[in-house]
Ligand binder design. Sequence first.
Ligand code: TRP
Length: 464
Amino acid sequence: MMDRDSWVSNVGFVLAAIGSAAGLGNIWRFPWLTADNGGSAFLVMYLLLVVGIGVPGLLAELVLGRRGRQTPVGALRSLIGSRWGTPLGAFNVVTTVVMLSFYSVVGGWVLRYTLLSPSGAYFAQPQQYFRHASHGLPAVGFHLLFLAIIGIIVYFGVSRGIERVSKIMLPAVVVLLGGLAVWTATQPNTAAGYAFYLDFDGDYLAAHFFDILGPAAGQALFTLSLGAGAMLTYASYLDDDVSLPRDTLAIAISNTMIGVLAGLVVLPLLISQGIGPGRGGPGALFVALAAAFSSLPGGTLVATVFFLTVLLAAITSGINLLETPVATLVDNYGMSRRLSTLLVTLLIAVTGSGLALAGPAFRFVSGPVVDVMLTVGLFAFLAIVGWVLRDDAVTEFRTGAGRLRGLATPWVLAVGWVLPVVVMFSLTTTLTSIASLSVPTSTRVIIAMVTTLACRAAVTRTTH
Ligand code: TRP
C-alpha cells in the first residue's frame, strides 16, 4: 500500500478534530433545539450526555482509528474480521455520504447569506426570502459551490489541505464568535434571553426528563461528530506518542465551549427582538435571526460577520465528512486522491441536489435518518470496543496516554456495559417517535436492555 498521509503535529490533529465537531451543529442545530426543549433544562441534559456518552464514545472512535490505521472499512475489517467489519465500515461510509448530502445544502444556504448580508438582501422579508432560498434551483447552485470549496481542500490531502485550513479557520471561528458574544452583551433587552438560556429550571427538567433525553443525545452525537467513522478516519492518521484521552478531552471541552458561546449570541438576540423560543425550528437562524439583524444598529455588518463565522465552521466540518469516503476509495481501491475526490464530490453533487429540490425529503434525512444512522453507528463502535476488542482497546488507550492511562479500565467497562444500553434506549426513543408510537418509558428501558443483551450474545458467539 502507498504511504499514507499523516498530521504534521498533534495540535494540527486536535484543531482539525475540533473543526469537525464545531459546525452547523453548534450554531444552527443547538440553539433551536435548546429553544424548543426548555432552554436551560436542555442545556443541562446536553452537557450531562456530552460527558456521559460523548467523551467515552469519542475515545472509542479514536481508539479504533489509531489501532486500525485505516478508514472505517479497512480498519474494522483488520480489527474484527471481514464478516462484521466490512458491512459496518461500509455503513459508516454511507452515513458520511448521507450526512454530507444534507450538510452541504445547509452549507450552501450559509454561503448565500454570507454573500448577501452586506447588501441586506433578505432584511425586508426574511420569511419569504428564506422560503425562496432554501429549496429549488438557487439552493442547488449554492450547494454545489459549497461542495466545490470543501472538495478543493480535501483534494490537497490531510496535512496540506485539511490540517492547514483548520489551523486558520478554527481560531478565526472562536475569535469571531467571541466578538459577537461581547457585542450581543452590549445590546438592549437581552436579559430575558440570558435568563432563558442560563437560569436552571429543575422543575422543567424533572417533568420532561425523558422527552428531552432523545434530542439531547442526538445532539451530543451530532456535535461531537460521532457514529459515522469520520473521527475514526482522522485518528487513523495519528502516531503512537499521542495521548488519546487527553486529545478527547481537549476536543470535547473546546467544542462544548464553542456551542455554549454560539448560544450566548443566538438566543439573547432572538429573544431581545421578541422572537419567542416557540418560533425556533430549522429556519431559526435564517428567518428569525435574520429578522433580528435587520432591526439592529449596524445590522448588515453584524449579519455578515455572523454568517461568515458559520460558514467557516461549516467548512471545517464538511471536510471531515468528505475525507471519510474519499480516503476509503484511496485506502481500499488504491485510487488516486484526485480521482477519488472527483468521484465522491460528483456523487454528493447529485444526492445533495436531490435534497435541495425536495423539501420533505430534506427534512426527513436531516432529522430522523441522520439521528438513527449515527446512533446505530455509535452502538456498533461501542460493541466492538467493549465486547470484542476489550484488552486490545485498553492497550491502545494506554499507548501514549501518560497520567490518564489509569482511566482505561473504567472506560472499557462503561463502554461494554452501561453505554450500549443508554445508546439503545435513545435509538428506541427515536424510532418510536418516528413511528409516532407512544411507548411508556419503562417499556423502552426493557426493550433497550433486552436488545443490547441479544446483540451482545450474537456478537460474542460469532467472533470468538
Ligand atoms: N459535528 C459537526 C457539526 O456539529 C457535523 C459533523 C462533522 C458530523 N462530521 C461529522 C456529524 C461526523 C456526525 C458525524 O456541525
